[in-house]
Design a protein. Sequence first.
Length: 270
Amino acid sequence: MHYYRYSNAEVSCWYKYLLFSYNIVFWLAGVAFLAAGLWAWSEKGVLSDLTKVTGLHGLDPVVLVLVVGIVMFTLGFAGCVGALRENICLLKFFCGAIVFIFLLELAVAVLAFLFQDWVRDRVKEFFENNIKSYRDDIDLQNLIDSLQKINHCCGAQGPEDWDFNIYFNCSSESKSREKCGVPFSCCIPDPAQKVVNTQCGYDIRKKSKREWDDQIFVKGCIVALEAWLPKNIYIVAGVFIAISLLQIFGIFLARTLISDIEAVKAGNAF
């Protein structure tokens, strides 16, 4: 006669399919980011010549899009398959990665608060490097223009920072038509003009600084960012808390599902 032991442990379908739904959003978003990044690279011809990326000294925004897409795609795939197949290895990978990202975000936030001067210097250095490569990449150019237009700023510390770019440099050796000027995104917009004047910044730095105030933004983007942050601290904190809660929720779902699977396996071992 054989005796069978029936275990009451079972995998919760609620947690299983909730975790799957949670991760399917990550996976689809990752696919969208990857598709957008690869399309942008194909438009710039990078896919046929990768030296266009390695030769760029500033930030190619498409690289950031692709990195985010790869991370989201990988985590979403691991979470979806791990939940559906009840695979503990994939679930532990997903959970560990989310915990690592959460701790990394927390560490960056704390260090940025404690070492504000060091962060300010790194941001200044980063911005200046991208100014140098302004004309080398269309996506970088659009990013800097958007940043300057939205924040009503020009350069890292001020308009003089555009001397770092060979096209806007005021040196006598420069043959550029943009010599001693600034990009159009530094110009104070004229409400009466419906068409953007892309030449509004030409030769502006040849004039006296007193004339700059009426034509271009004289505040640096780092100063503008420092002024913007205290005014919008609740929005920034709210976004950080919302992201953190989503990550904690994903960790909770994954850990709960892992515990259920382990309990079922332990029960079946008898």
